[in-house]
Design a protein around this ligand. Structure first.
Ligand code: F6R
Length: 614
């Protein structure tokens, strides 16, 4: 949430580089953006409401300089207006600040600042502006109107940070010091990088192509970023040197590469994600790379959104393959609950590895003495570093705000965990592994065939017509297709703004059936065996009340067409992998329905990638 990018030590191209970086982090927030440049004659500021393009088209008057900070906002305090866009300055324009996170003692700080002098006036509704006021005040106390030395900057910055409560990553410029950026990180992501210049960013994606190595600074770190040099202190004020690590992704990994949208690109990357995720981990006779060394009495999964749905899939796998009971919680619910009891393993799932609630849930679990394992995409993320062990899904950068390929990787991660637990519980035998391994090896090709099939294209064409002019839709599944129904509904609502709900088919008669009316689209995520028959029954029930049924069925299913207005077939695979096929159809259906409604699928309204605030 909110993208931060900063650079110090450039000559003549600071604005251009900031815009390039900002473009890459725009997916973290896109309701307004801004840039501040430190020039020899002062701080030069430009901010605009709306998407980054609006800023790019309105840069006149912004002066060049050696250092700059930039921000793309996802509003928490105050509406998304130009006034509330970052960077924020103090009234004298002595400092400029970009902030991601929440300043929790905002009210008290504001009061103290008001009482400190009649000339104090605030120019925004944000908590972030207060940081600029406090820093300016501390600089004033440190060196009056003089240009501060490094020592004075550090002293004023430390006292400023001591006055802030909450979660934040911060970057700040100080007038007269165009050779330095102040930084701090408390429970919000921030990365530093160096070449002959110095870089600060909330996300690795904007650094790809600019630097080779990055430093994931620690929680509580703060200091000064100089061209080619970092002066860093930990939360106790001790000077530290943090390790520089190789950037995990190449620049082109986070580019469109000929696709019209990131969402479509990422949906089509799923066969490659399957290959990469299972490579070297699943074979005929072994499961490798899942770092679980004991058989827990209970597995507790915590995650949010799409990752939560992947967690529901993982629960199916774990209970079926190992017999170990499993509970799936939204991370924010787990965090404030009071779980106790048996020898449990806590499994976190997060694409970004930065979701604040999942991170806090894992920390809460560790404080209660539970070992933690996390399924993550960004293996260098905060969650990855906080967890006792990780399983990387190897999906590559996911830029589209609606998570697609990461879900596939997360589900496979859950399957690998379940297989490992099944081995520890002596319930998964070599024959089971061999069958699954054979199917898993064929899965990417089968999915590629599905993605390229005329049948899918035609089916989607007919299905999306049923959503024309509709404001409500329902998804039904059972057992392992139930999480897919939930995920299908989430995908539709977040990118098309059609209200959509996923239900377990058995729940229909307990309330939701009342919502079905003439023409309501209902997507049935079918299966086989007894579940298939039960879902056919549900399809008949909604159709009898006027619903238009879209059935996602397995190839060779002779009966599906009798229960649906539109049937889209997916190739048959191993029953544990089958839901991934169905999910691809749900993703594409949402995509096309959203495009039919002229929605921006990569930047849905009110959302942002990576929810780094609670
Ligand atoms: C939905 C979506 C979100 C994320 C959720 C968790 O398409 O993308 O629901 O799944 O915010 O994010 P991560 O996996 O980064 O923890």
């Amino acid at each position: 949430m909110c993208g931060i990018f900063g650079i110090t030590g450039r000559d003549g191209d600071t604005i251009q580089i900031l815009l390039k970086g900002l473009t890459k982090v725009e997916y973290r927030g896109y309701d307004s953006s801004g840039i501040c440049i430190s020039t020899p004659t002062g701080l030069s500021l430009k901010r605009k409401e709306g998407m980054l393009d609006n800023l790019k088209q309105n840069l006149s008057g912004l002066q060049e300089g050696r250092s700059g900070i930039a921000h793309t906002r996802w509003a928490t305090h105050g509406p998304p207006t130009e006034m509330n866009a970052h960077p924020h300055c103090d009234p004298q324009n002595r400092v400029a600040v970009v902030h991601n996170g929440i300043i929790e003692n905002e009210v008290q700080l504001r009061q103290i600042l008001i009482e400190s002098g009649p000339e104090v006036c605030f120019s925004s509704d944000t908590d972030s502006e207060l940081v600029a006021h406090v820093l300016a005040e501390e600089l004033d106390a440190e060196c009056g109107n003089e240009v501060p030395t490094d020592e004075q900057l550090l002293a004023a910055w430390r006292r400023t940070l001591d006055r802030l409560d909450g979660s934040f990553s911060l970057g700040a410029l100080v007038n007269g010091r165009d050779d330095v950026i102040l930084f701090a990180r408390v429970f919000s992501p921030l990365i530093l990088a160096l070449n002959e210049a110095g870089y600060l960013a909330s996300d690795i994606s904007c650094l790809a192509g600019m630097v080779d190595k990055i430093s994931y600074i620690e929680d509580g770190d703060w200091g000064l970023l100089h061209p080619g040099r970092i002066e860093l202190y930990d939360k106790d004020g001790e000077a530290q040197i943090r390790e520089m690590k190789k950037l995990p992704w190449a620049e082109e990994d986070s580019e469109l590469g000929g696709w019209s949208t990131f969402m479509l690109k990422e949906i089509n990357e799923q066969p490659a994600v399957i290959r990469a995720c299972l490579h070297g981990r699943l074979s005929r006779d072994a499961v490798r790379g899942v770092k679980i060394s004991f058989k827990p009495d209970l597995v507790r999964i915590i995650a949010c959104g799409t990752a939560f749905h992947a967690g529901m899939m993982a629960r199916h796998y774990i209970e079926e393959l190992s017999g170990i009971p499993c509970i799936v919680d939204h991370a924010h619910e787990f965090r404030y609950g009071t779980p106790s009891g048996p020898k449990a393993l806590v499994l976190g799932i997060s694409q970004s590895g930065e979701t604040a609630d999942t991170l806090a849930g894992l920390i809460a679990a560790q404080e209660r003495g539970y070992p933690t394992l996390s399924i993550v995409n960004v293996e260098t993320s905060t969650i990855a570093r906080q967890s006792d062990a990780i399983l990387g899904i190897r999906a590559g950068p996911e830029i589209g705000v609606a998570s697609t390929k990461a879900f596939t990787g997360q589900v496979l991660g859950g399957l690998l965990v379940a297989l490992r637990l099944g081995r520890l519980a002596n319930k998964v035998h070599t024959e089971d592994l061999s069958n699954l391994n054979n199917a898993a090896r064929r899965l990417p090709n089968a999915m590629e065939r599905l993605l390229a099939s005329n049948q899918l294209e035609q089916g989607l064409k007919r299905a999306r017509r049923l959503f024309k002019g509709k404001e409500h839709a329902f998804y039904l599944g059972r057992n392992s297709s139930y999480p897919i129904a939930l995920e299908g509904a989430l995908k539709l609502k977040e990118i098309s703004y059609i209200h959509a709900e996923g239900y377990a088919g058995g729940e229909l008669k307990h309330g939701p059936l009342a919502l079905i009316e003439e023409g309501t689209p209902v997507v049935v995520v079918s299966s086989d065996g007894i579940i298939q028959q039960k879902l056919f029954g549900n399809a008949r029930e909604v159709a009898a009340r006027g619903a238009r049924v879209i059935m996602i069925a397995i190839e060779g299913d002779q009966e599906a067409a009798a229960h649906a207005d539109v049937v889209i077939y997916v190739p048959k695979t191993h029953k544990l992998l089958q839901p991934l096929m169905h999910n691809v159809v749900c993703q594409l259906l949402s995509y096309h329905v959203a495009r039919d409604r002229d929605c921006n699928v990569d930047r849905p309204r009110n959302l942002a990638k990576s929810v780094t605030v609670e």
